[in-house]
Each structure stands twice: as C-alpha cells, then as structure tokens.
Design a protein around this ligand. Structure first.
Ligand code: ADP
Ligand code: MG
Length: 457
C-alpha cells in the first residue's frame, strides 16, 4: 500500500468512530509521509492538532492502521505547516459536502433546522448533543467530567459543578449530558434555578408542595442551570438543600452550572456551599483560535452552508470572547452574504465592526463598576464611597486593579474615577491585589470572571 492508500483507508475507518465535527477538525490536512520499520509518520498542520491526535485519537489511529497493516507498531506525528492538498483533505471535503447535501435536502421540506422541540417532561432540547459539542483545551476537563457522569451517574462526580462566563457552553454541556443520560434509560430533569424558584413559589402558594417535592426527588439526575440565581433566596435554598440531600443519599446524580465558583456566590448558605464543593468542580475557559474555527465549521455544516476558509478564519480571528458571539457573527456574515455571493475579508470585517473593537477603548469605567457591583452584590455608591468595611473595600480594590491591569488606565485617572482618590491609594490597592492573587486562586478566578464579563456583555 502506498502512504496515501494506507492513510485513506485508515481515515475511512476512523471516520466511522468519531463525530463528523471532530473528524473534520482534527483530521483535515493530515497525511502519511513515511512508513518504515513499523513506524508510520503522520503529517499534521500544527502543534495543536498533534497534541490532540496524540492525546485523544492515538487509539483509533493505531487500531485503524494495524487493521490495515499488521506490521504497524507505532505512529509519530510531525508538523508540516504547508497546507496539503492531498488525500485527507479530499476525504474531508467529501464528508462535509455529503453532510451539507443531506442537510439541505432535509431543510427544504422542513422548517429551519434550529427549531427543535423541548421535551416537556425533561426540559431537554435535542439540539444540544455531544456530537455537536466541540472539545478543546478550554473545556476539556468539564467535558471529561460529564463523560464520567454519563458512564456512571451518581457515582464518580457527585455533584458535578461546572462554572464559567456567559456564552461559553455551560448550558450546551449540561443539556447534552441530560440527553445522553435519557438515551441510556435514566430519568432526567433539567431546570434553570430561576424556574426552580418560580415553581417552588407557586407550589407554596397553591398548597402543592407534595407534588413539587415528588417531581424533583424521583429523578435519577437533576440538572440545575445557573445556580448562582438562588443566592439570597432563603426558602429556595432550603428546599433545594433537602432535595439535594434526598437525591444524594440515594446516589442520584446532581449537575449544576454557575457563572462563578461556589466560593464566590454571595449569600449562599454555608451548608449548600460545602455540598457543592464536596463533588467535582470544574470550569470552562475561553476557546482558542483553532477551536473557534472548528465551531464555525460545525455551525456551517449544521446550517448546510459553505463558507470559504479565509472567511471562517477571519471571523475566528476577530471574535474571541465567547461562543454565542461567534455564532452571532457567523449569522451576520451569512445574512449579508446572501445579497451578493460570499463576502471578502474586508467586507466581513466591516460587517462585524460593532462586535470587533478594541476592548481597551470600548470599556468605560461605568461598565467596570456595573459588573463589579453586580458580581459582589453591592451598590455603586458603596463601591465608590469611603466605607472601609471589607465587603466594600475589596470590590473597590478589585475594580481599581482591573482598570489598571486590564484596561491600562493611569493611576491618577483611576483615582479620580473611583470616588476621587489619591493616586497613591490606587497604587497601594493594585499592589495588594497583585500580591494576593499569587496565593489566592479564588480571587484570581473571580477577577478573570469579572474581566470576561466586562468584555463580553
Ligand atoms: P452558557 O450557558 O455558558 O452561557 P451556551 O451553552 O448557551 O453558553 O452556549 C452558547 C452557544 O454556543 C450555544 O448556541 C451553544 O450551542 C454554543 N456552544 C457552546 N459551546 C460549544 C462547543 N464547545 N461546541 C459547539 N457549540 C458550542
Ligand atoms: Mg447558559
């Protein structure tokens, strides 16, 4: 077998075992350059791909190669920057073209693909699956944790607590986990913490607490999204605590998401906080460039549209903050492209100009104050005022630190904006936070989350 034949045949096998999104992402632009003494050398376009093939797909690749040629003993990956117009590329193009055609066909005689019915019992939306969830180093741990939960719900990671900023895929991951659990025959209920609260209030009001309790305690897996909203709601926390314990004691799975770690949810009862921290805590960060490209490709496949590579690269390079925004940008580009064919790079940039903008110039002090005060649940007048109590002075120092280190404002201008303080006060505050984040991981995460929110809202 020639190198090309070998790799073609191996890809055909691998393609059957991984999702099409991942196949396209990780195997495009790969090829085999040599096979010698049982070692096959696979060329990959970049280090990121090499890492993923080594870490995640080694098993599939080796198995496929050995199935074809028993003398294969190992695989090595080398990076070759130049784009290979070779076999792998062809197969990928075929795979995506085929998928695109199927989607187009389906689309013609049905309503838009985005319309999916949410199941009334489980509150799960079949749109969210693992198949269309792209994994990169930013969400790898969270994804792995959900896989473990799916394998053995209620056993390994209970509760599973996933946190991260807006639009980074928490809901998608929770829903995908729920859908997968249902597929495996488990009784699942997904709910946002706000709806949980509303249902509780109305059950209390209508004397239907029995039914409420029954509904939430009979499941195999309870998934509560955006749990941070139960902060400050005592009755909800109390009821949730009992529900939590009942499920937990019966080895039922509990999965929670939040925009911040439990430690940073103010007015969360201590007993709940320690319950949340008793299981698996994991965060989702920001997607890297390669992952953003993979997500855009995936969306194009779903929509049954084709975009040129340079268009995809341009969107991915310019929209960095979150995945929801990335999708919004893609939709904008697709919508304006319809009028007269596909857009060029400059046209794309101008279409996206309100989204793309230098965050440094864009962020106003007001924005920082809004996000910091809402994060710590204090009033702006206390943030900017003279009260030295820790609950106010701390957020104040954090606001100053962010203005200095992330927005690069000068010390005197920060002092002026933050309640007319002297620049030495600002220097002191920034230095203090800087020292503390070296040791205090929670603080560092809080600052990351706040910064992310400042840029993404
Ligand atoms: P969050 O709940 O964290 O605010 P969502 O789960 O609502 O974020 O994600 C925002 C959008 O981005 C959704 O349309 C979701 O399907 C999409 N998305 C998020 N993460 C991924 C991913 N890893 N792969 C593909 N799509 C994703
Ligand atoms: Mg969400």
């Amino acid at each position: 077998m020639t190198n090309e034949e070998l790799w073609q045949a191996a890809l055909a096998d691998i393609e059957l075992q991984v999702s099409s999104a991942n196949f396209i992402t990780w195997f495009r632009n790969t090829s085999v350059t040599t096979q010698k003494e049982g070692e096959v050398v696979v060329c990959v376009p970049n280090g990121f791909t090499r890492e993923w093939l080594e870490k995640k797909y080694q098993k599939f690749i080796l198995r496929a190669l050995r199935g074809l040629s028993p003398e294969v003993k190992g695989v090595r990956y080398v990076i070759q920057a130049k784009r290979a117009p070779e076999a792998a590329g062809e197969r990928i193009r075929l795979a995506s073209a085929q998928e695109t055609r199927t989607l187009e066909r389906e689309k013609k005689d049905q309503e838009p693909l985005e319309v999916f019915a949410v199941n009334k019992e489980t509150n799960l939306n079949p749109r969210y699956t693992f198949e269309n969830f792209i994994v990169g180093s930013f969400n790898e741990l969270a994804h792995a944790a959900t896989q473990a939960v799916v394998q053995s719900p209620g056993v390994t990671y209970n509760p599973l607590f996933i946190y991260g900023g807006v639009g980074l895929g928490k809901t998608h991951l929770l829903q995908a986990t729920g859908n997968e659990l249902v597929k495996r025959g488990h009784v699942v209920r997904y709910i946002s913490s706000e709806r949980f609260t509303n249902e509780l209030v109305s059950a209390l009001h209508n004397g239907k607490m029995g039914a409420f309790k029954e509904k939430y305690r009979k499941v195999d897996a309870l998934i509560i999204d955006d749990i941070q909203f139960i902060a400050g709601k005592e009755k909800t926390q109390e009821e949730f605590f009992y529900t939590f314990n009942t499920l937990y004691e019966n080895n039922k799975q509990i999965i929670l998401s939040s925009d911040r770690p439990p430690k940073s949810i103010a007015t969360l009862e201590e007993r709940l906080r320690s319950r949340f921290e008793g299981g698996m805590l994991t965060d989702i960060g920001q997607p890297e460039y390669e992952t953003r490209i993979a997500i855009l490709r995936q969306r194009c496949l779903e929509k049954g549209v084709a975009l040129r590579e340079e268009a995809i690269n341009c969107i991915a390079a310019n929209i960095e903050r979150n995945i929801r925004e990335l999708e919004g940008a893609l939709n904008l580009v697709l919508a304006s492209g319809k009028k007269g064919g596909e857009l060029g790079v400059d046209e794309i940039k101008s279409t996206l100009k309100h989204i793309i903008s230098s965050p440094k110039r864009m962020v106003s002090p007001k924005k920082v104050f809004d996000v910091v005060t809402s994060f710590y649940e204090i009033k702006e007048k206390d943030l900017l005022g003279q009260d030295r109590r820790q609950e106010f002075s701390r957020p104040r120092q954090i606001a100053m630190y962010i203005m200095r280190n992330k927005l690069k404002n000068s010390y005197p201008s920060i002092g002026m904006k933050v309640g007319g303080r002297d620049h030495t006060t600002v220097i002191h505050a920034c230095g203090k936070i800087e020292e503390e984040i070296k040791l205090d991981e929670v603080l560092r995460e809080e600052i990351d989350l706040i910064t992310h929110r400042i840029y993404s809202e």
